[in-house]
Design a protein around this ligand. Sequence first.
Ligand code: PLP
Length: 494
Amino acid sequence: MKFVSTRGGAEKVSASRAIVMGLASNGGLFVPEKFPQVSLSELEGMIEMDYPERAAEILSKYLTDYDREGLLSACKAAYAKFDGDPAPLVRLDDGVFILELWHGPTCAFKDMALTLLPYLLRKGCDLCGIKEEILILVATSGDTGKAALEGFKDADGVKIMVFYPSDGVSKMQKLQMCTQEGGNVNVVAVKGNFDDCQTAVKEIFASADCVEKLKEHNIALSSANSINFGRLAPQIAYYFSAYLDLVSSEQIAMGEEIDFTVPTGNFGNILAAYYAKRMGLPIRRLHCASNENKILTDFLETGVYDTRREFYKTTSPSMDILVSSNLERLIFEVSGRNSKLCAKRMEDLKKLGRYEITAEELAEIKQTFDGGYADEETAVEAMYDVFVDVGYTMDTHTGCAMKVAVDWFEKNKKDETNMVVVSTANPYKFPQDVLYAVTGNDVKDSFKGIKRLHAATAMAVPKCLSSLKDKTPRFTRTADAKKLFEEILEFIKK
Ligand SMILES: *Cc1c(COP(=O)(O)O)cnc(C)c1O
């Protein structure tokens, strides 16, 4: 399988090269030349497999230059770091399920890919004959940063540097990152919001000057952001796994179509679902859930992607995003893989803050996708209702998705298609907001929030969160978005 850039050019690269580079040299995103297919009989054969085997099966369809045995043992090692089943399905009601993706080491769905990415990258460097030390740069809206730090800490031949928006992450997320252990890690706050942070990091990747300077230090850049195909590929696997679990528990028949609702920020998670559908997984519709930053809801309605709008800080910070990078891959597909057009639109986005797709393209997107959003109040209501009705506690991001799913049920009362709502974080990652949603109580301190939430829900508190209380932050620097490269140089000289 070869990979091409969404923005064209002659460059056709292997999977390992796509993962090591992260971003194509013309700024585009790497996409597979075609979607590998999984037949129903192949699906049938995956029912008996455990999660790591299913994941290795899906990965090996894309990562054809990696050896299969290696992928399987890497999946086994990565998912052994999870607490039990890496992607359990919980039944909420008739035809409504939650796919919990937060049983990994940092309690967010990012672990599903970031526990595996270090292997994919290290092996990728070997396959490409890369001898330089790798520097991973991450711009994070909160959860990626910690998951990447945890995944890459003390990995051989790799340094990792994480940038987060100084006023854009929750206290828990910040504590998780700033207390990170490991000799090869660094964490810096960037003045501004996530988009400022992501833009600044993207500019470093795109700057020939920066790349050249790093080369002088024997360093090659790579990215662990969700634009890296090495992040996307492992995410495709859990959509297959959820489907197989529904079949094996006799909730659906093999071949029956299902829907997913996905809490969405950078469009990586839901794009993986779209890839699964294109591979032949029987998915009917994908419901894209946003918070008050509802740029995707508007786009899916009108075909206009317009970032010239107010940015809201919400209680679902990992979805506080106006530039959803992975949307580029969907735009590329529905344009008939027209890379010139895709490049033009991304240029417009950068220069004018907006772009527009054609009515035909929008119609094609709407065949699969619809969008919805929750404001702060309606997300809380959705979380509260589920807690009271069935005793299930969800985090704030999943709360947004639940609201969007409920809206769909109300508008489509006769629809009997099974719905899987994707749950992206452990509720204890956002303890005060979840406590408020389920009890109406406000507490000022996160750890008090954890204690009270435990009293209200009896849900087990993950150690990686409760133990933060006794840790002292190691990283306290704040930098201007224009000065990130200086921070990087300082770090690599150490
Ligand atoms: C990252 C994240 C999201 C958004 O996922 P995308 O792939 O960026 O769309 C949603 N919820 C949580 C908890 C996250 O960490």
